[in-house]
Design a protein. Structure first.
Length: 536
């Protein structure tokens, strides 16, 4: 709904107030005028009644009825407010009507106190006889007539007064037209006044606001007055100047901030490049340390191999020399010597195999899917697992990231763990193999975990503290070399992974391997002792 203009609202409010004040003043004025007119009419009625009574008293007897009637009609017609005029004649102690003016209202009984005053008084001029139970708008006055100095009758005048509201209504009709003309003049004057002093300054102010809203902070409004709108315009100009200054300051700060962000970005890129180079150097150093560790292990193994192989070779040499002489004396002793030689040769073979297993290492790491490798391994081991009455439960998580690893080395690692689990369950049981994804410490990288769990014999804390020691084994003689978990630990180190072991006698053993997932396009290769890493 469209709202009214400000000058219309002001005009309506002023008009309502003015008209209300005019009506209130009219009512009060009308009441005063009506009271004044009523008092004047009363005084005039008293005078007319007294004059007519004196005129009748001066007439000779007998008094002519026609003359009295003409006098009564003359007085009644003098004023329209006179509704009755009667001339009463005394009859004993009572008054009877003798003449009444034309058009008079029906006669009303004369009150006893007025009748008594009119018949007994000798100097009575007028008496007001209007009982409380009669119409308040009527004024009834009596004046006594005399003959030979004695009361002979009375003159009665009854006058009707208009009410205050009827008097006010006569003025209202004129006031209505005056009020309408006043309202139109007030509306016209208010419109011209508002147009010149209010609307034009407000329009200029709104125009400047619109330009400021569109981004023109140079908008200013000319100030021509010192009234409230002039002060408002000055405040707007001051405010827009402050906003303009703050905007320029903000733009300067944004420029400085963008420059600092650009510098910080360049510095971050430089630091990232340094970090990549440092990571590459760290990778190379780690690989060299692993190679040196393998060479040291190979040296220790070679020394151990020389020591271990020397003893059986000495035995073999001695038995071969004895065998030559025994063949000449007793062939049965020769068979015993041959068995001893065969046993020592087998021992040398085992020593050589352990040495090769311990010093063997891969030369290439590449992106690898652990789930695919574990599936192939489980399929290959299923006949051996079923033969031992063991249930294989595989739970491989979907969508695990690739890792940088060697398929052959990891297959050797997993085979060692599976074989250990199988050896720990001679009477059957359950082997659980599972993979999962975990968040890294920085919240961005991902880790891949591989779990091997069995329901086998388990291990004590003392045994767990020695399982990674070379040549340490809890298996029966001839069943284990004591190097399987050493190789597992070495392969874990080669891949930069971690391994945790949990075991309890009678409740099985659980191995958890944790590998770093490839978060970006990474290619790791070993060529002639060098390592290259590419990140996309």
């Amino acid at each position: 709904m469209q709202t009214l203009k400000l000058h219309i609202k002001t005009t309506l409010l002023a008009s309502v107030i003015i008209v209300g004040m005019l009506v209130a003043a009219l009512v009060m004025t009308s009441a005063g005028i009506a009271n004044l007119e009523r008092e004047d009419d009363k005084a005039l009625a008293d005078t007319q009644a007294a004059d007519l009574a004196q005129h009748i008293s001066d007439m000779y007897s007998p008094r002519d009825s026609d003359t009295l009637a003409r006098a009564a009609n003359l007085i009644k017609g003098s004023r329209p407010s006179i509704v009755s005029l009667r001339i009463w004649e005394r009859s004993g102690d009572d008054l009877v009507e003798k003449v009444s003016a034309a058009g008079s209202l029906p006669a009303l009984p004369i009150p006893e106190d007025a009748k008594k005053a009119l018949t007994d008084s000798h100097n009575l001029r007028v008496i007001n006889a209007n009982p409380a139970d009669q119409d308040k708008s009527l004024y009834r006055v009596f004046s006594a007539t005399y003959q030979a100095g004695h009361p002979s009758g009375a003159v009665e005048i009854v006058e009707r007064f208009d009410s205050i509201w009827s008097v006010a209504f006569r003025y209202v009709r004129s006031v209505v037209w005056m009020s309408l003309i006043a309202i139109l003049l007030i509306m016209l004057g208010t419109y011209l006044l508002f147009r010149q002093l209010v609307y034009q300054p407000i329009e200029r102010l709104l125009g400047a606001m619109s330009r400021a809203k569109e981004g023109d902070l140079e908008a200013q409004v000319a100030t021509n007055t010192t009234d409230e709108l002039g002060l408002l315009t000055q405040e707007f100009n001051s405010m827009i100047s402050q906003v303009r200054g703050m905007s320029k300051e903000r733009e300067a700060q944004q420029t400085i901030l963008r420059e600092r962000v650009r510098e910080a970005t360049l510095e971050l890129e430089r630091r990232n490049q340094q970090l990549r180079e440092t990571n590459l150097e760290l990778w190379r150093t780690t690989r060299r340390m692993n190679e040196l560790g393998r060479l040291a292990a190979a040296g220790q193994t070679a020394a151990h191999f020389a020591h271990e192989v020397g003893t059986p070779l000495n035995l073999i040499s001695g038995h071969v020399q004895l065998l030559k002489s025994d063949l000449q004396r007793d062939p049965r002793d020769a068979e015993t010597r041959i068995k001893t030689i065969s046993a020592q040769i087998e021992r040398i073979e085992r020593i050589v195999r352990r040495m090769l297993d311990k010093t063997r290492f891969e030369t290439e790491l590449s992106p690898l899917d652990l789930n695919a490798l574990l599936r192939r391994l489980c399929d290959a081991m299923s006949p051996a697992i079923d033969k031992r009455n063991i249930k294989l439960v595989a739970n491989l998580a979907d969508g695990i990231p690739l890792i940088a690893g060697s398929a052959d080395r990891l297959q050797q690692l997993f085979l060692n763990l599976i074989n250990n689990s199988l050896d720990a369950m001679p009477d059957g049981g359950e082997l659980r193999v599972s993979t999962a994804i975990e968040a890294g410490r920085n919240g961005k990288s991902h880790l891949v975990t591989v779990d091997f769990g069995d329901t086998g014999l388990g291990m004590t804390p003392e045994i767990i503290s020695h399982i990674f020691d070379p040549l340490y084994t809890t298996k029966q003689r001839g069943e284990g070399t004591g190097l399987g978990l050493v190789i597992v630990s070495q392969i874990i180190s080669e891949h930069g992974a971690t391994m945790a072991v949990e075991s309890e006698p009678g409740h099985g053993t659980h191995f958890r391997l944790t590998f770093s997932g490839i978060q970006s396009e990474i290619s790791v290769s070993l060529e002639n002792g060098a390592v290259a890493i590419e990140t996309g």
